[in-house]
Each structure stands twice: as structure tokens, then as C-alpha cells.
Design a protein around this ligand. Structure first.
Ligand code: PMP
Length: 437
């Protein structure tokens, strides 16, 4: 096991850099802030797994809840039947959501949450006799998972270009952060809210009455931590309201405390019509996602539940009892340990530490919000992404796990991180960057 056989049958997800495929860094176990590698080294988790392990690894509250549930009810079909954990979880989950969003549809991942949200949005308009509203709008550099819906509305051209026509009737707004290379931006850019007016450009191209929904990550995560300018999301909301367009926030990364609030909607004070979640919902233990909808959307679907055009949607594992138990315990752990507030309180020392990397060779921008950080490196001549990729390898050797996308290093530690651990994480990264060719 320690020497992975590259001819083995495990098809690892593709990444741009192939030598991690040939030689993956092997992880043996984990506890709270740390992984133990297969060669017995402690590696600090600077990324909360893949933005999901917000309460730290193997929180006993969650582990025990999962064990107990497996012994009691392992599975129950969720078409026509239900179990109490699903109701308990939807109650607890929606209590964390903005006012008037009190129903949750369960999925198994962020990608499924996105597809579900898009289908619910289209269905909503159809139910109201507005069946011309079929167009969807995403944003350049938006990431919405790997399903066909998600890559269609997603803004990464290379992720979708090889898969034919995908969803038709999709447009993409310009992205929110024209990177100012020397900005060293702290928090959201003060200016640039007018980028939201790009939605008006798209509305003008088509009849507004043909547009069903706009989907955005309130803070683009996977494509490099792109922070929305102040007022940008408010302006999007206003434009959507003006034209009767639904607004979907993809909060797969931002929900459950990452920004120092339960949701980005709460953090930015903007209420969307639909919120997609996954990742932190179970603290990474078991796959699960949830789509939370406004009461208007839910009531409209219920009023018309017997209509000839019903919404056929759901998954074998939606609201799986073991996933529900894991999620209930994860939300309980977040609450008991006051982790969202903790993230808010730590955001200042986090910012101070990150910005101490300013001036290191090749560092051209540093961004932060809540407990998210991005350090953007100057690309190596003729080899975009190579420099950050080298940093990731060296960071692993130096005992920290970081994530890279292109030449951007993303950090998103578990929300249980302490101040000394923040210092250790960032200083270790600083040492790696200082030596980087
Ligand atoms: N939406 C966003 C905003 C994401 O960050 C991700 C995952 N990085 C997804 C959707 C897809 O989630 P999953 O990988 O669980 O399908």
C-alpha cells in the first residue's frame, strides 16, 4: 500500500499535473488538524481536506453518531418512505439558513446539488406557467462541479469543451475579480460592484422573460479564491428581482462557517432563492449535499404537486440515514464549539499572517476572507501552474497540505485551527515559497 502500483485499478480523478497520478502522496490516518502520511509523518491539514473537514478530522461526536446509526437503521428508501433523521436534519439545517428558506432537498454531493438546483429553478417557472424561462446564466471562472449541468453553467471552458453541446441556452457573465496584481487585497475589493451589470448585457441579448436563473459562487473558491467586490452580490440580487430571475448561490464551499457565518448569504447580507451545499454538511465523513429553497419555491411545487408536469428528481441515497446522522452530528459539533464565530474571530490573525508573506519572491497577490486564503504566484515563463505545483510538493515534504489551482495557492484550514497553528502553517508555507525556484 505504501508503494502505489500505478497499473492498479483505482482510477484517480484527473488533475492537470500527472506526476501526482503516478506518485500520489499516500495518507494513512487523520486526527483533528493533522494527517499522518503512510511514511509516518505528521502533515498539517491546511485545506480542511477539500474544503470540507470544518470541525477537524475524526471528531468523536460525529464518529459515534455514525456508528450508532449504522447499528440502528442502515438504509431506508426515500421515495414514498422516510425516517425521522431526515426531518430532524432538514429542521436543523434550515434553521441555519436565511429567513424564509425552510425546506431542504438532500443529494450526495456538490455536483448533484447543482443539478438539483437548476432543475428546481426550471420547474418553478414551468409551474407558474412561465415555461419560456429556460435560459441559465453562470459566470466565467465559476466552478459548479462535474455533472453535465455543473460544467454547462460553470465558467471553465476547458472543463466543458470536449463534451458536445451540453445544456443549451447558457450564458456566462464576466467574473468578479479583475486581478490587480499589486493589490494585495484584504477582504473584498472596494470597487467593482458594477461588474454585476454584465448580467444586464446578457439580459439585453435575450428577452428577460426567457431567463430562468443565475447561479454564482458568492466567493469563487476552486478557481482561486476570487472575492466579490463590495455590493456586487446585492446588485446581482436587484437585477434578478427586476427581471423575475431566480438567484442561486452555490455555497458548496462557503456554507458552514468558512467565511465566519453559517452561509455566505448571511455574511454578505444577500438572500438568494436557492442555496446549494455539500462538503461541510457532514464534515467530510460521508458524502451528502443539500439544496435549500425559498418557501415560495417549495410552496409553489407543493401546490402543484398533482399537476401533470411533476418534478421527477431524487437519488437512491438522498437522505440516507447514516449520512443524515453524520450531518446532524456535524452541525451539532459546529454549534457546540461555536465554530462559525471562531472562524470570524480568527479571520484577523489569519489575515495578518497571510499578508506577512507579502514581498516574498514571486508572490503577486494575497487574498483572504474568513478562514480562506489565496497566495497567487507569478507563473513560470512558458509553464503556467508549474511554480505553484512545485510549492505543493515541497509543502507536503515540509509537513503541510496546501491546494493549488493554476498558480494560485488556496488555504482553508479546519475552523478548529489555533493561532499558533495558523502561524506554523503560514510560516512553513513562507519557508517553502522563499526557496522556490
Ligand atoms: N460547487 C462548488 C462551489 C464547489 O466548490 C464544488 C467542489 N469543489 C462543487 C460544486 C462540486 O462538489 P462535488 O465535488 O461534491 O461534486
Amino acid at each position: 500500500l505504501d508503494k502505489p502500483n500505478t497499473m492498479s485499478s483505482f482510477w484517480m480523478p484527473f488533475t492537470a499535473n500527472r506526476d501526482f497520478l503516478r506518485e500520489p502522496r499516500m495518507i494513512h490516518s487523520a486526527e483533528w488538524m493533522y494527517y499522518t502520511s503512510s511514511d509516518g509523518r505528521q502533515i498539517m491539514d491546511g485545506t480542511a481536506g477539500l474544503w470540507c473537514v470544518n470541525a477537524g478530522h475524526r471528531d468523536p461526536l460525529i464518529v459515534e453518531a455514525v456508528q450508532k446509526q449504522v447499528h440502528e437503521l442502515d438504509y431506508a428508501p426515500n421515495f414514498q418512505f422516510a425516517h425521522p433523521q431526515a426531518f430532524e436534519l432538514s429542521g436543523k439545517l434550515t434553521a441555519m439558513m436565511p429567513e424564509g428558506m425552510s425546506h431542504a432537498f438532500f443529494t450526495n454531493s456538490g455536483s448533484e446539488s447543482v443539478d438539483t438546483a437548476l432543475k428546481i429553478a426550471l420547474h418553478y417557472h414551468r409551474m407558474r406557467g412561465d415555461s419560456a424561462r429556460t435560459r441559465l446564466i453562470g459566470r466565467e471562472r465559476g466552478y459548479h462541479g462535474t455533472g453535465f449541468g455543473g460544467i454547462s453553467v460553470g465558467g471553465i471552458v476547458k472543463n466543458r469543451m470536449h463534451f458536445g453541446t451540453l445544456l443549451t441556452g447558457v450564458d456566462h457573465m464576466r467574473h468578479t475579480h479583475d486581478l490587480d496584481r499589486n493589490a494585495f487585497s484584504r477582504g473584498c475589493p472596494a470597487h467593482g460592484a458594477e461588474l454585476a451589470d454584465d448580467l444586464e448585457r446578457i439580459v439585453a441579448l435575450h428577452d428577460a422573460s426567457t431567463i430562468a436563473a443565475v447561479i454564482v459562487e458568492p466567493m469563487a473558491g476552486s478557481t482561486g479564491v476570487l472575492l466579490p467586490p463590495n455590493g456586487y452580490l446585492q446588485r446581482l440580487r436587484e437585477i434578478c428581482d427586476h427581471h423575475g430571475i431566480l438567484l442561486i448561490f452555490d455555497e458548496v464551499i462557503t456554507a458552514f462557517g468558512r467565511l465566519g457565518a453559517a452561509t455566505a448569504a448571511e455574511y454578505f447580507g444577500v438572500k438568494p432563492d436557492i442555496i446549494t451545499t455539500a462538503k461541510g454538511l457532514t464534515n467530510g465523513v460521508i458524502p451528502m449535499g443539500a439544496v435549500i429553497v425559498s418557501d415560495d419555491i417549495y410552496n409553489s411545487a407543493m401546490e402543484n404537486a398533482d399537476a401533470p408536469i411533476e418534478l421527477f428528481h431524487g437519488y437512491t441515497y438522498s437522505a440516507n440515514p447514516v449520512s443524515c446522522a453524520a450531518a446532524l452530528a456535524a452541525l451539532e459539533s459546529y454549534e457546540q464549539n461555536d465554530l462559525f464565530r471562531r472562524a470570524a474571530l480568527l479571520s484577523q490573525p489569519w489575515e495578518d499572517q497571510l499578508h506577512s508573506l507579502k514581498g516574498l519572491p514571486n508572490v503577486i497577490d494575497i487574498r483572504n476572507l474568513g478562514l480562506v486564503g489565496a497566495i497567487e504566484l507569478a507563473p513560470r515563463e512558458g509553464a503556467p501552474g508549474a511554480r505553484a505545483y512545485e510549492a505543493m510538493k515541497r509543502a507536503w515534504d515540509a509537513g503541510i497540505m496546501i491546494r493549488v489551482t493554476g498558480d494560485i495557492i488556496a488555504l482553508s484550514p479546519p475552523l478548529i485551527i489555533s493561532e499558533p497553528e495558523i502561524i506554523k502553517l503560514v510560516q512553513t508555507l513562507g519557508e517553502v515559497l522563499a526557496e522556490l525556484p
